[in-house]
Every structure is written in C-alpha cells, then in structure tokens.
Design a protein around this ligand. Structure first.
Ligand SMILES: *Cc1c(COP(=O)(O)O)cnc(C)c1O
Length: 372
C-alpha cells in the first residue's frame, strides 16, 4: 500500500504506551476471557457513555444480530432493508428465517415505515431496520406498526454508536439494538460488537446464549454459541472510549468542510443534517446525478482512485442483489426503486479522525473540477 493512499476510513488507535499497562495486567493475571475484569468494566463504561441500561459485549457485530434473533425466538419471515451491509440479512439466513426486503426513504437511507405494512404476512414475526450511516430510523412509526401486528424490533445499530436524538440514545429504541466495533467503525475494538437490551432478564439470557448456553458450571440450558469478547480487546475498548469524543469531533470538522465545499456542486446531493440529532459522523455519503454532474458515479469513483483516493460505494450492490437473495420476490427491482437509485449513485468519501483538512480540500477540488 502506498503511504499517500487515502482510504474511506482508518481505524483509530491510541498511543501504544497507553495500551501497555493494560497488557501487563492481563499478562500478570493470565485472565484472557470469560467475563474478565476488563470486559465487566467496559460494559459498565459503555452503559454510562451510551446512556443505556444493559449491554452485552460480543466478539464481532454479526453474532449479536444472530443471537438477538435466537433470544427473541424469531421465526418465519422478517422485514428488513436491502440498503445495508450484508451481515444484516445473513443473520436471518443463519437462523433459517426468510428476509423480506422493504424499500428505503431517500432522506435517511433507512427503511420506509410507510412501505412496511404491505410486506407483512401471517408469517412475519419481526422487523430489522438499520440506522444506516448512523441516521436515526423513524423509530416512532416503526414502533406503531410493530405494536399493531405484535412484531419484535431488532435495530442493527452498527453505525449508530453514540447517536442521540433529543438528548436520548437512539440505542434504546426497539427490543434489542446491536452494535459493531469493527476496525472500520467510529468506535473500534479491532473486531468486536455488542447487544443493547432493556431488562436484566434479557441481559442474562444473552450472556448465557453467547457462552454456549451455560447457566452454571455444569448446567447448559439452551443451545448457545461462543460470542464472547476477550480481555485484550475489552482493554483496547476501554482505552478507545477515552478518546472517542475527540475522534468524533475531528470527524465532525471533516464533515462540515465537505458539506460547505460540496453543497453547491451541481449533480451532487448531500443528505440534510438531522435536527436535534447528535451524530457520530461515521460516513460521508454523496450521491451523483450523472446528467447534471457530467460523469457517472463509477467514473468519479475511478477518477478518485487514479489520484489515490479510495472512496467506497456503501451500499452497492444492494443486499437483495447478491446471489443468495436475488431470487426472493421482495428482491425484485420494482419493489426497491429508491434503494436501487441510492445504491447506483452513492460514494462515501474518506472520513476519519486524522484525515487532514488539506486532504479533504484536495478531494473536494477534484470533485468540483470535473463539473466545472
Ligand atoms: C459492520 C456492520 C455489521 C457487522 O459487523 P462486524 O463487526 O463486521 O461483524 C453489521 N451491520 C452493519 C450495518 C454493518 O455496517
């Protein structure tokens, strides 16, 4: 990899010397996993930081979705969005559940509540919306529909770390919300994830499910799996949590810069900022209209690449276009026009804490020069 390559994201890492004392403690105690002290401490700290009551740490952000479906005993059909990372739908497949795709709203990229009801059948048991790019879903409308049809709601909150609406955590919506702490996310533990729930009974059930179903030393009460996070990554998580506000502030500066530099470029659409939302600036998507901008999204993507700037087309292709899912009725293009349009026009621009404003400036210059 060339050193001057700019990628869509770079993981935040704390100064190495700050990590060493944690490692020394782990080496001394020889406690590497199974609900160790750092894992307990990180759960406590995350509850405080995220303003939530219960969290269970996982080894990645996909297992908590799979385990949430098990915990809530979801079967049959589940309504979900095609405009997401493929893990959201794979979690359904791993539970033998049929995904039913519903189109999204253009202003957020999230599942369109108005289109959910007509996708419900007598086999539907739950909805899995995604707060894509950290944009809050219309949680009130989704809740109304779920209540009316007695459906569970599991939010895939992989992008929504720290996002608040009217001062409240977005992670408290629904029955369960899952998080990813993957290296590419705003807050990372290298690999890692979590499940947010709202009562102690669910927390206990989740803790057992992610530990083979053990309820005591010799007592297995359900067919669990191994989803536990280890002490080394929990320690990294504790340390990264101390730095996360600062990294979000830096991302915010980049986002503001992009917004001001690109807002008047013809053929480029930027999502509106959401009122009363505390964002985490995890992604900066722009949408290209070829007719107005002069070249297509893919041409722009390639041009940036020639200059060593690697944006990403999140989320293209749609999940519904991938081989395992494309034959489903709900995957038909005529069912998902908005999602398709977004997938065909999106590029996420580089955004991470130590991306320089001069780099962002260079990126904006290239983008503006093409249309001018
Ligand atoms: C990253 C991501 C996941 C999966 O997280 P991993 O930690 O990589 O397993 C799930 N859903 C969405 C929307 C994601 O972006």
């Amino acid at each position: 990899m060339e050193s001057n390559q700019i990628t869509v994201t770079k993981p935040f890492l704390p100064p190495l010397e700050e990590f060493l004392p944690y490692l020394e403690n782990i080496w001394t105690s020889k406690r590497l996993t199974n609900n160790g002290i750092y894992q307990q401490k990180l759960e406590e700290e995350l509850c405080k930081y995220l303003k939530i009551s219960y969290i269970s740490l996982f080894t990645n952000g996909t297992l908590p979705i799979i385990v949430a479906l098990q915990a809530l005993e979801i079967t049959g059909e589940v309504i979900t969005t095609p405009y997401s990372f493929v893990a959201t739908t794979h979690a359904l497949w791993w539970n033998n559940i049929k995904p039913v795709f519903v189109d999204v709203e253009e202003k957020t990229g999230n599942i369109d509540p108005e289109k959910i009801e007509k996708a419900i059948t007598n086999k539907t048991t739950a909805i899995i919306p995604v707060h894509v790019y950290g944009n809050p879903c219309n949680t009130e409308e989704i809740k109304k529909i779920a209540n009316k049809y007695k459906l569970k709601i599991i939010y895939d909150g992989a992008h929504a770390f720290g996002v608040e609406q009217e001062g409240n955590s977005i992670l408290t919506a629904g029955d369960i919300t899952t998080l990813s702490f993957h290296a590419t996310k705003t807050y990372n533990t290298a690999e890692g994830g979590a499940l947010v729930c709202h009562d102690i009974e669910t927390k206990q059930k989740i803790d057992r499910l992610k530990n083979f179903g053990f309820a005591g030393e010799t007592d297995v009460i359900m067919p669990g799996i191994n989803g536990k996070m280890d002490e080394i990554r929990a320690a990294l998580g504790l340390l990264n949590l101390k730095h996360v506000d600062k990294t979000i502030e830096k991302r915010q500066k980049i986002a503001q810069f992009y917004r001001s530099e690109l807002k008047d470029v013809s053929g480029i659409t930027i999502m509106d900022e959401f009122k009363n939302v505390k964002s985490n600036y995890s992604y900066f998507p722009i949408f290209i209209k070829k007719d107005e901008y002069s070249i297509s999204r893919d041409e722009l993507y390639d041009k940036l690449k020639e200059k060593n700037i690697y944006g990403r087309r999140y989320f293209y292709p749609l999940i519904s276009q991938f081989e395992p899912y494309r034959k489903l009725d709900s995957a038909k293009p005529e069912n998902l026009p908005v999602a398709l349009k977004m997938a065909d026009s999106v590029i996420c621009l580089p955004i991470y804490d130590d991306l320089g404003i001069n780099d962002a400036e260079r990126i904006c210059k290239i983008i503006r020069k093409i249309v001018n």
